[in-house]
Structures are given as structure tokens and as C-alpha cells.
Design a protein around this ligand. Sequence first.
Ligand SMILES: [Zn+2]
Length: 245
Amino acid sequence: MFKNRVLGLSLLALLMFMVSCKEENKKENTAAIKEEIDDIVLDTIVEPKIQKPVFKSLEGVADTTFVRLADYSDGFAYDLRYATKNNFLKEKVYDCGECYTRAKTVKALLKANEEFKKHGVKIKFYDCYRPNSVQYKMWKIVPNPQYVANPVKGSIHNKGGAVDITLVTLEGEEVKMPTDFDFFGKRAYHDNFDLPQEILDNRKLLKETMEKYGFWSTRTEWWHYNLKGASNDPIANFKWDCNEI
Ligand SMILES: [Zn+2]
């Protein structure tokens, strides 16, 4: 009888021990699952896998150094026409389309673009720095100073201080402007006001903002802007390597 009692108690103790172990396991499992969920939350929310592009800094870069605009911001749009046949020359004169200018021009463009963004638009480039050798190529196709700057004298594009631009929405849609790029005629002149109000407003926003950040325009081309002082820089023939980009 006593033996049975001891046996019964032992069995009960064993049973209780097993139940408590099961509870412990359950607790441990719950803790592990919670940790796993925490990890997933950390993975997806705190540390997203998609990394933001890292841009170079212009700090310490000399104002006259040639730099690639896309290395400093992804906030611009590009339609580099001379790298295609879709231009007034009907010839592709660049090996590949890239927008380089001197660092001081890039600095001013970055500031101007920040302001444009407040209006829901951004700069789209048709042309930027143009190596002198490309100016010679263009002159060979159209040797007329009315349309192409004489390569001996050079253009401010050859000096890294001129850009041909328009505005597009932040989604990249065209904003209405007086003419297409490289339209040679009165409709493209800044002093032509015979245009719909919407177009006049867009051209005004482009001009006033560019002027605010140190650019000046020419009377006959609404898309062309020169950085102040850039005409004093030397003509350059630096060429970017299309294979390295
Ligand atoms: Zn131009």
C-alpha cells in the first residue's frame, strides 16, 4: 500500500515536471517567434534593402573642373539631342549622350533645380558642355555662324558654362514652351510675346529662375543659358569616355 503511494506520488511529480517543461518550451518558442517577427519588422521597415543612390560631393572640387551632372543628383531629365539624329544637323555628333559642365555650372544648376521643384517642374537638358572637336564636327555640317558658333572662336558650350534646357513635370512630362529645341526663328525669341499665356508663363519661370541663380540668356534662343563669367574660361576639348560611364 505504502509502495503504491510512493509510486503514485512519483508518477504525479514526473507528470508535473513534464507539464512544466512543456510550458517552458512553449514560452521559449513564443519568445523565438517574437524575435523572428521583430527581425522581419527591422528588416523591412528600419533597414530597407533598397539603398538610396550615393552622390558625389562638390566640396573641395575646383570651380573650373569638369564634372558629370548625374554624379551629383538624379533630379534632372535628359534628352541629349546631339547624341541622336533628332536635331537640326540630322547627324549624331556625340559618341554617347552625357551632361558634363564645369563644377561651378553644376552648383548653380543644382540650386536652380531645387527652386523649380517647388513649382512642380525640373530641368531637362538638350545639351551641356560640348568639346571643341564636336564644335568642329558641327561646323563642318553647317558652316554658318547664324546656326553654329565658329569653332575657332568657340561657344560658351565649349567652355563648360552653357546649357540648353527646358522644363518637364516631376513625372517627366513636357511643359509647353514656344518652340522645339533649335528652332531658328522669331517664335523662339525672348522678345516674342505673340504666344499663349501658358507658354509665356513657362518661359518666364524658366528665365527668372535661371537668372536668379547666375545665368543669362540670349535674345534668340529661349532654351540657351550661360553662367555669368563663363565666357572668360578657356575653350576646352576634354572628352568623356563612353566606356567608363
Ligand atoms: Zn546653346
